[in-house]
Design a protein around this ligand. Structure first.
Ligand code: DQA
Length: 147
């Protein structure tokens, strides 16, 4: 069994389903976890799925993935636009890291147009709702098959 793919979620994503559904949709984080589990299993991978509202816990999760996982799919949520700590951590991570967003930040407020995470991640997928996670997972799986 290969090492698992870590899927890491940032602040307020625990509120999906009730949080601004016109932007983020009606699927809950548990719904997204179920979709990701199915997609990963179809390719012979397990996932480790987590969410935290705390920046340092996201750093800890990425560091854990670097030791125990094969790839990272991360929706850093608001920390996308502010976090040098996540940038540094992803730079230090030896695994492929794919950034995903439900919405398309570049079509929203100006402060969402900067992503510290994009400057360190291997690829970014955004604007596809929950499907962004599946496409992110597919991107990670693709990179893993190249190795
Ligand atoms: C988000 C986009 C971010 O700008 C925002 O702060 C979020 C969610 C997305 O998935 O679309 O919390 O990462």
């Amino acid at each position: 069994m290969p090492k698992p793919i870590y899927i890491i979620n940032g602040p307020n994503l625990n509120l999906l389903g009730q949080r601004e559904p016109d932007i983020y949709g009606y699927q809950t984080l548990a719904d997204i976890e179920a979709l990701c589990t199915k997609q990963a299993q179809a390719h012979g991978y397990q996932i480790v799925f987590s969410q935290s509202n705390i920046e340092g816990e996201l750093v800890n999760q990425i560091q854990a993935a670097n030791k125990l996982g094969s790839a990272v799919v991360i929706n850093p949520a608001a920390y996308t636009h502010t976090s040098v700590a996540l940038y540094d951590c992803i730079k230090a991570c030896e695994l492929p890291v794919i950034e995903v967003h439900l919405s398309q930040p570049h079509a929203r407020e100006d402060f969402r147009h900067v992503s510290y995470v994009s400057q360190a991640a291997k690829a970014t997928i955004s604007g596809m709702g929950a499907q962004s996670y599946i496409l992110g997972l597919d991107a990670a799986l693709h990179l893993l098959t190249l190795n």
